[in-house]
Design a protein. Sequence first.
Length: 255
Amino acid sequence: MKFICICSFLAIAMSGAYAQDCKTVASEQFIRQALENNLEIKAAQIRQQALAAVPKQASSLPDPMLSYTRWTSSVETRVGPQENVFALSQRLPFPGKLGLMGKITGQEAIVAGFEVDAVRRDLVFKVKSAYADLYRIDKSLAILDTYDDLLRDFSSVAAAKYATGQGIQAQVLKADVEISSIAVKKLDFEKMRIGVVARLNALMDRPANTAIGAATHIDTAKVQVEPERLFANAFASRQELLSGQAMIDKAEFAR
């Protein structure tokens, strides 16, 4: 009966229970740092920047050629003897070819831009997913800490009553067994937290053992969206689909 009272009191105390040694953090901090430091995004951005410079080069005339010839002996021509000859040449592609090459390479730059957006999208999803795991673990640890404190208080009271002949030993033993069980559960959650912290640090390109504070908040609001609207948004903005359309356009230009 007393354990039932403890659990009832725990349900009230859990709403305010939250303690961690490290500084608390929010998911926005992780997202911002990941977008700034993630190596996969940096590689995609460098590739996109390189491809963005190609259309201008592809649509420009080839470099003119300047040549110089010096004869070992004077050569007689209609305009007189020649010893030094300078020549300037410029290749002129078929009309429209340069513009077409610019369009083809421009599509490759567009595809690279969509790839950058896709990497950013996936990175944000991974960070939010890892943060949700961290929030769940930290909340679980906070609840277990509160429960442990209550059990220890109950165990002290039960032991005091048993020592004065007002209680029974079984109550003390039950509290001690439950305290041991809570310790095992806390250890399991702490191991899980180490893995989640390493995952978050990897996304932010930081050492795996970099300390991360307690997760403070997560948006649990329900979102109601019609399936048709979801499909429409996916077809209109999904980067992989947009990238595929750009590649189709490139193939059309190359015909």
